[in-house]
Design a protein around this ligand. Sequence first.
Ligand code: NDP
Ligand code: X2W
Length: 313
Amino acid sequence: MKHSIFVDGQEGTTGLKLYEYLSKIHNIEIIKIDSDKKKDPLVRKKILNEADLVFLCLPDEASRESVSMINNKQTKIIDASTAFRIDKEWIYGLPELEKSQRERIYNSKRVSVPGCHATGFILAIRPLISAGILPKNYPISCFSITGYSGGGKKLISEYENSHKEQLRSPRQYALKLNHKHLPEMQVYSGLTSPPIFTPIVANYHQGLALSVPLYPKLFNKNISPSEIQELLATYYKNEPFVRVLPYESDVFLDEGYFNIMECNKTNNVDIFVFGHKDQVVIVTRLDNLGKGASGAAIQNMNIMLGLNESSGL
Ligand SMILES: NC(=O)C1=CN([C@@H]2O[C@H](COP(=O)(O)OP(=O)(O)OC[C@H]3O[C@@H](n4cnc5c(N)ncnc54)[C@H](OP(=O)(O)O)[C@@H]3O)[C@@H](O)[C@H]2O)C=CC1
Ligand SMILES: CC(=O)N[C@@H](CCC(=O)OP(=O)(O)O)C(=O)O
């Protein structure tokens, strides 16, 4: 039996990337909406209730509207927006979060796709908090560098069509320390308060690296950077999409410089531990359009439909 799939937001950045992945998967059929009807509530409502599974690749407000239109209790929903990520009726679509998360996703009809920066942060920090090493009230900060496709069609167009000089250099944003991923970063990492988080967008299309600086002296237990690496490697050892690189992974650098784009066009996350006994930095690398958005959405679909988790990826 083929599963019928509808992508609401099929012409956006995340929607188009989803189509690329979906075209490689066999036992599904895609329901398309005419381009000129994509914002027509009646047409959308009909299709939303016909499909076995719908992806919402829409701004938050439009996602909420789509969810309110779905009255078919069998319809499975995967939402890429920020609207439901800490909603208790939804499951956070990060299978690697902890052992039981995959099963929660499989049993759920409502799954939210994690934010791209949040994915990098949570995967770095959660295992250390779960092991009781990093105090839950640790005064944590992090920064992330991302390609401009993370900002969707509008930001892509700005970068690709404008000649503004300031777009040529990296730009910090969310400097009011109110980035929209902070709630999920706090809740799913297990911290008692959100991190100080300063993202940076730069003049390249896709690829993201998030860095978390840590002082082992402030930990609950004395632990060396290589032991942190071992702990993370053990935590993710059975995960098909998470790779923890060996400690002292300078060999993975290009003459000392980090390559942010190495996970591009994959659903992979690479985790690095750098530093020495007094100062550590954990760096996570992913494709903001892969594991940071559409790749993660497909991974969740595969789990929810009982397909091979790597189908299409
Ligand atoms: N880009 C990324 O890396 C990531 C994006 N996301 C999230 O995914 C969602 C989509 O983002 P992205 O694809 O980048 O955004 P885009 O702006 O690239 O695309 C959004 C699409 O939704 C359509 N749309 C807007 N309002 C409605 C509506 N009321 N009804 C139907 N369609 C509508 C838009 O059509 P039109 O252009 O005609 O208005 C457009 O095609 C957002 O919530 C975003 O936060 C999540 C992770 C990463
Ligand atoms: C460059 C840029 O603007 N990036 C987006 C990240 C997109 C993303 O993953 O977040 P959502 O899933 O919540 O949309 C941002 O930081 O808001």
